[in-house]
Design a binder for this molecule. Structure first.
Ligand SMILES: O=C(O)[C@H](O)[C@@H](O)[C@H](O)[C@H](O)COP(=O)(O)O
Length: 235
């Protein structure tokens, strides 16, 4: 049974999805700049969004008015290929998009816990509500770095929490991480869940069914009605 407030967009292949999604994000950001003089885009890392970033950076936008932030980050040096900042700098902050403002999450704090406080302060520089938040999903139903079984999950999903960043040490996740909490992710005008492949489609179909967010944290995004959610999927 589809969630009638979640709009699903299925594409025959990844390039077709990437072209369509890049164009939609461009329109959203352009409208935000026209209405408010600036805009904000929060993106996730991982493998899926690379081609989207490479397409998005070619879009004709006034990138000097675009603020880009991360939904989560691995607690590694930003020179590491495992770093989401590294991915964004290599694939998105190039060409026309090199003029955008970027707020990373990794910082000089000695540990993720202190780093989360630093990152929460840094995020206050990004125009809120975020205009577009692009989330991925793992095959375990995690999104951002809100992982099932993580000791930080309850805190990350607390709807009463101040929007910000939390430190995450999930046994199933390589690296300690920082993640925007649910309050921060929902402090947005539009959420796009971008997933590819049959395995993730089956996880999504299960997460669409009401159940515990502990089982599939992505349910916290799919089953809320504060922010419109669009799911973009290709095989
Ligand atoms: O830091 C990260 O890894 C991401 O932010 C994470 O939430 C990602 O979106 C999913 O793990 C899917 O990753 P893939 O696109 O690599 O499958």
């Amino acid at each position: 049974m589809p969630l009638h407030w979640v709009h699903e967009h299925h594409f025959p292949d990844s390039p077709t999805l990437v072209h369509a999604l890049s164009g939609e994000i461009k329109v959203d950001l352009e409208e935000a700049i026209g209405e408010r003089g600036a805009c904000s885009l929060v993106v996730s890392g991982g493998r899926t969004p690379r081609a989207l970033f490479e397409q998005l950076r070619t879009e004709a936008l006034d990138w000097t008015k675009v603020w880009i932030a991360l939904a989560d980050e691995r607690w590694v040096e930003t020179t590491s290929p495992d770093s989401n900042e590294y991915l964004v700098r290599e694939t998105l902050l190039q060409d026309l998009a090199a003029a955008a403002h970027f707020i990373g999450l990794k910082n000089p704090a000695p540990k993720p816990e202190a780093g989360a406080e630093w990152a929460s302060r840094a995020l206050t520089r990004v125009p809120r509500p975020f205009d577009v938040v692009v989330l991925g999903m793992g095959e375990d139903g995690h999104t951002a770095s809100l992982f099932p079984g993580s000791l930080a999950l309850a805190r990350g999903l607390d709807p009463a929490a101040v929007p910000g960043c939390i430190a995450v040490n999930a046994l199933t996740a390589p690296h300690a991480r920082l993640s925007l909490n649910l309050s921060a992710l929902l402090d947005s005008r539009r959420i796009i869940l971008y997933i590819e492949g049959e395995a993730k489609r089956h996880v999504y179909l299960r997460a669409r069914v009401p159940g515990t967010v502990a089982e599939y944290p992505v349910r916290a995004i799919l089953h809320q009605r504060t922010v419109p959610v669009d799911v973009f999927w290709a095989p």
